[in-house]
Write a protein that binds this ligand. Structure first.
Ligand code: ASP
Length: 437
């Protein structure tokens, strides 16, 4: 029998209408047995996400009035949902426990996780499914590191296929029961863990958009939706800021090759985007997606005969490591190398870094460009299509965009282009128009 794990995001769980939509979706297919939910998100522009309110509550523990006022916003949201959906369950008992727990537990993760917890309790009543607390199946070790083996065993043994279950996303627990959350947006990751543990045929991730766009819709007007992409392409695009799915979500699914289908709760029939195992993927178009990120600095180093100087790169990189700076890219030539690093990590140490590199390798020339943005042009199709790079670069040249850096890297599904931040949007539009219009 086919088995699907579905995860519904905050907008899907925000109002009576959206929750009814979600219930319809689950009920429309008996394969949808395991449902992971987020905390209620924004109902309208300017509204608060319940998770943000919980963080705010935690920070106001020492100010009783402020705490109570914020907590009331949270409890009102759940009470309203329960009332409007006519749920025959008294959520006020759980709300009281959460209220006291935030004050007593002194744990920010406990506080933050309660939106998912309450959302899952209520939704399990709507569906008539079992509520399974993530604290019982998603496990961290005593150091607080995620424990994939225990988690997988618990999911496989504790989730029963009979009735169906609703599981809160975003958190798990340490061996002593202490609640720990994943990073923000982590319910996507919970969904992947559940899909792996129950060996689902597919992981449906229901959100409020109809899939991944080829480029950021804030930059390109009405971009095309990507019908299919591989785990690796997704990884490249999300690393560069495309943010439909939590970036860790593909990792648990790789070994079993479980596909992820991004779907829209508010447009159920739209196909969405299918994210599949890299090796099973067949791509029609040359490029899959384009993403860009601002805020990089380039350190350019030139020294004659650099290529024959054993240990040169190591010495340069030791300086970067010493200052605890993340190296993003390092394109090299015969006698040149560039270090691309996040500006916010190097800004206040720049002088020292340059001076240390100069001492370490005595370069002929060293200079710094700030305000660089990186654009990732991603697609397996590039591998087998000659002339893709030429097409990209001639389009950028025609648009009069100066390219500061190019790095094809070794994944071969990705060309990284550095341009001035002021040119990023124009460069993305130019590449999009060249390949997709
Ligand atoms: N509610 C959490 C957040 O806002 C987790 C999630 O929705 O995935 O980040």
């Amino acid at each position: 029998m086919e088995l699907k794990v579905c995860k519904f995001g905050g907008t899907s769980m925000a109002t009576k209408d959206s929750i009814l939509n979600v219930a319809n979706i689950v009920n429309a297919d008996s394969a949808r047995k395991f449902v992971v939910v987020s905390a209620p998100g924004k109902r309208f522009k300017g509204d608060d996400k319940v998770t943000d309110l919980l963080y705010a509550c935690y920070s106001k523990r020492d100010d009783s009035n402020a705490f109570e006022t914020t907590f009331k916003l949270i409890s009102d949201r759940f009470i309203t949902i329960a009332k409007e959906l006519n749920i025959k369950y008294d959520i006020s008992v759980d709300l009281r426990k959460v209220h006291d727990g935030i004050l007593e537990n002194n744990s920010i993760d406990y506080a933050a996780s309660r939106g998912e917890y309450l959302s899952a309790i209520l939704f399990s009543k709507v569906l008539g499914f079992e509520f399974v607390d993530a604290a019982d199946i998603i496990k961290f070790d005593s150091e607080g590191d995620f424990d994939p083996i225990t988690t997988n065993e618990l999911i496989a043994s504790k989730l029963s296929f009979g009735k169906g279950a609703v599981i809160p996303g975003f958190y798990g627990s340490l061996p002593d029961g202490t609640i720990k959350t994943f990073s923000r947006g982590g319910s996507d990751y919970t969904g992947s863990l559940i899909a792996k543990g129950v060996e689902a045929d597919i992981y449906e991730n229901w959100t409020d958009v109809s899939g991944f766009c080829v480029a950021d819709p804030r930059i390109v007007n009405d971009p095309k939706i990507i019908n299919e992409l591989s785990y690796d392409e997704l990884r490249e695009l999300s690393y560069m800021g495309a943010s439909v799915l939590h970036p860790a979500s593909t990792f648990p699914l790789q070994s079993l090759g479980i596909p992820i289908n991004i779907k829209n709760t508010f447009d159920m029939d739209a196909e969405g985007t299918m994210i599949v195992k890299t090796s099973t993927y067949k791509k029609a178009s040359i490029l899959t997606g384009i993403a860009g990120k601002k805020g990089f600095t380039t350190i350019f180093i030139k020294k004659d005969m650099m290529n024959t100087e054993v240990g040169f790169v190591r010495k340069v990189l030791s300086v970067i490591e010493k200052y605890n700076i993340n190296l993003e890219h390092m394109p090299t030539g015969i006698d040149t190398m560039s270090l691309i690093v996040p500006t916010d990590e190097i800004d206040d140490k720049l002088e020292y870094v340059i001076s240390d590199i100069s001492k370490a390798v005595n370069p002929g020339l060293i200079y710094v460009y700030k305000n660089i943005s990186l654009i990732a042009v991603v697609g397996h199709g590039m591998l087998r299509t000659a002339g893709t790079a030429a097409k990209i670069f001639s389009a950028l040249a025609d648009a009069n965009i100066n390219i500061r850096m190019i790095d094809q890297g070794s994944s071969e599904i990705n060309i990284i282009i550095g341009v001035d931040e002021t040119n990023m949007d124009k460069a993305i539009k130019t590449i999009y128009n060249k390949f997709f219009n």
